[in-house]
Write a protein that binds this ligand. Structure first.
Ligand SMILES: Cc1cc2nc3c(=O)[nH]c(=O)nc-3n(C[C@H](O)[C@H](O)[C@H](O)COP(=O)(O)OP(=O)(O)OC[C@H]3O[C@@H](n4cnc5c(N)ncnc54)[C@H](O)[C@@H]3O)c2cc1C
Length: 257
């Protein structure tokens, strides 16, 4: 059983600072961490290996600092780590990121399952998994809340998908990409020994030249703006009866009643 987990480094508390209505800066004092949903994806990859054997490879596309999320996944127990890093990969939009990730999965080869998070907590498009699956031509399963069965001989997987107000059980063909929802499992903590080993473990680095892929975006973020400041609220003071009358008047003025 060969699995890949796609993980992304994100700002823990992404914030845009600046003057209301003016150009915003993305807060840089926030810590960089593994995307919360990707912890569940790593854990699911590890549990699948524990049940069916094989190996799990963590892959990230990101700047130098992104190696930290790979080290964390190695400390949790993944077998291999691949860092997709190249100046050509800076500032790519979601379709371009998906093309590069799919090229890396192809290069690793013979993959049975690709795990992703449902979305990222910073740019949260929730598009990356579906686009990678489409490039690879593999089965796509989103909102996966439980993996019920993997039949390696029959080449099928059965999962439970979380719907609004219920669960859907789906049997599908392998290979597949599954996008994981939160609370599918309880991600393990890395042991001290695991952290020490991970610090020295090799990390494979692939750039644009290693992957047969076009790394360019069709879109470019040209500015980030903050919403205009809200007008200050009105404060009424007085006796309760007076305040009630005033409030009813205000609601009528605003045509709420
Ligand atoms: C420095 C920087 C500059 C950027 N500049 C631009 C820009 O100019 N224009 C623009 O449109 N966008 C830009 N982005 C956003 C970037 O395109 C998105 O981060 C990326 O496409 C993934 O989309 P998402 O974060 O919404 O992921 P989602 O689709 O919400 O993520 C779902 C899942 O996909 C996987 N995944 C997502 N991203 C990665 C990754 N990088 N590596 C491995 N797995 C991943 C994870 O499993 C994740 O849980 C920039 C991002 C960064 C970090």
């Amino acid at each position: 059983m060969k699995s890949i987990v796609l993980i992304k480094q994100v700002l823990e508390a992404p914030s845009i600072t600046g003057e209301p209505g003016g150009e915003g800066q993305v807060g840089s004092d926030s810590q960089r961490v593994t995307n919360a949903y990707d912890h569940f994806a790593i854990e699911e990859g590890l549990r699948t290996r524990e049940k069916h054997g094989g190996d799990v490879t963590a892959v990230t596309l990101g700047p130098d600092s992104a190696v930290e999320v790979l080290r964390e996944s190695l400390a949790m127990g993944v077998n291999n780590a691949v860092h997709l890093k190249d100046p050509a990969f800076d500032d790519l939009d979601a379709p371009a990121v998906a093309r590069v990730l799919a090229a890396a999965v192809r290069k690793i080869g013979d993959v049975d399952l690709v795990f992703t998070g449902k979305l990222t907590i910073d740019t949260n498009t929730a598009l990356t998994g579906p686009m990678v699956a489409s490039h690879l031509g593999v089965t796509l399963l989103t909102e996966v809340f439980r993996v019920d069965e993997i039949d390696l001989e029959g080449r099928t997987i059965t999962v439970e998908r979380l719907l609004e107000g219920g669960l859907e059980i789906v049997k599908a063909k392998l290979p597949a990409l599954i996008a994981i929802t939160k609370d599918i499992n309880e991600p393990r903590y890395a042991s001290l020994l695991g952290i020490r080993k991970a610090a020295k473990a090799p990390v494979t680095v692939w750039g644009a030249a290693d992957l047969d892929v076009e790394a360019h975006s069709a879109t470019r973020v040209v500015a980030k703006h903050l919403p205009p400041a809200r007008p200050a609220g009105e404060v009424f003071q007085g006796e309760p009866d007076e305040l009630v009358d005033r409030m009813v008047e205000k609601l009528a003025e605003g045509k709420f009643i």
